[in-house]
Design a protein around this ligand. Structure first.
Ligand code: ADP
Ligand code: MG
Length: 313
């Protein structure tokens, strides 16, 4: 409480800077024209960025600035997780609503702090603007692949089993604001098996698995309706729970493919703290199919949200 409220852009940046500890990999953080990062020789550097816009991704009268800050960083951490990388440094560019700029910026920061600390990430820079428009937050996260290399979407092979790290569907009821980035889970999985392909579930299982199939050269898959873990929220939303699990976005669980032998080993003794569900198989025949309880299969069409097409397709 002794802290005076920061005033002005530079006061705010100073306020943020005082709250940042330079950490691993960052040789110059906030305070120069560029940040400077140091990676181990030959390291594959991972870069991801995501923008959250008031009115599109959240409403400030329903959501606190801290929740927005948390989510803006969490979704980027989830992207680094899906490559099985180690997050290093975050950059935060904001367009703040003029009337409440400092308060909103402090809220954003408060929401990010627990994640920065939990994952050992340094807030190493950003850009601060205010305007008469709504809040826009862009987080850019830099990470480092392990010496096994980054896990891509493109490595799935026919016969691979498909695994997800948690229950799906109904995130709209509130979970979408506080996803748990599966950074540690991805790293331990990459350590114990050879991950062929991986993606984080942001657009919905059907759509995101579709990305793996497409990037892996036009493969297909059959999902087992009975094996898909359905989140309790998907049951309380109304409508078909399995449809919520297949098509709702923003679960931020990982979806990965591994050889059948590795899948057996993983499922027999999952790494400590990691939940795994085997949900289907990668196949040569293109397209996505759902096997129902009676053994029949039906084609499955992704319904993810497309910002340029507007609504659900
Ligand atoms: P420049 O005009 O050279 O871009 P700025 O005045 O925008 O410099 O930023 C000064 C320093 O503060 C830089 O290190 C920049 O990365 C950092 N910075 C600016 N805004 C933020 C923010 N919202 N969060 C974290 N760092 C920030
Ligand atoms: Mg700047």
């Amino acid at each position: 409480m002794a802290d005076p409220e920061p005033t002005g852009e530079f006061g705010l940046i100073a306020w943020i800077r005082e709250r940042v500890q330079a950490g691993r990999g960052v040789s110059q953080g906030i305070g120069d024209d560029c940040a400077s990062l140091t990676f181990r020789a030959g390291a594959e550097v991972l870069v991801t960025t995501d923008m959250l816009m008031e009115g599109r991704h959240f409403l400030l009268h329903e959501t606190t600035a801290a929740e927005v800050g948390y989510k803006a960083l969490a979704v980027n951490l989830s992207d680094i997780a899906s490559m099985a990388g180690v997050p290093v440094a975050a950059f935060v560019a904001v367009a703040l609503p003029r009337g409440s700029a400092v308060e909103v910026a402090q809220g954003l920061h408060a929401g990010m702090i627990p994640l920065l600390e939990k994952f050992g990430v340094t807030l190493a820079g950003g850009d601060t603007n205010a305007w008469d428009g709504p809040l826009v937050v862009t987080v850019t996260l830099i990470g480092e692949a392990t010496d096994r290399g980054a896990v891509r979407r493109s490595g799935a092979r026919p016969g691979d089993l498909i695994i997800v790290t948690g229950p799906l569907g109904g995130s709209l009821l509130g979970r979408h604001l506080r996803p748990t980035p599966r950074v540690a889970e991805a790293l331990v999985l990459a350590e114990v098996v050879r991950l062929h392909a991986m993606i984080d579930l942001s657009d919905g299982l059907a759509a995101d698995l579709g990305h793996i199939l497409e990037e892996s050269g036009g493969l297909g898959a059959t999902l087992d309706a009975l094996a898909i873990p359905i989140h309790p929220d998907a049951r309380s939303l109304g409508g078909s729970p399995i449809d919520h699990a297949l098509h709702d976005g923003e679960d931020f669980e990982l979806c990965l493919t591994v050889s059948p032998d590795d899948a057996d080993r993983l499922l027999a003794s999952p790494p400590s703290g990691v939940t795994l569900h085997r949900i289907g198989t990668i196949e040569v025949e293109p397209g996505l199919r759902l096997r129902l309880a009676d053994g029949s299969t039906r084609p499955l069409t992704p319904k993810g949200f497309d910002h340029l097409l507007g609504g659900a397709s």
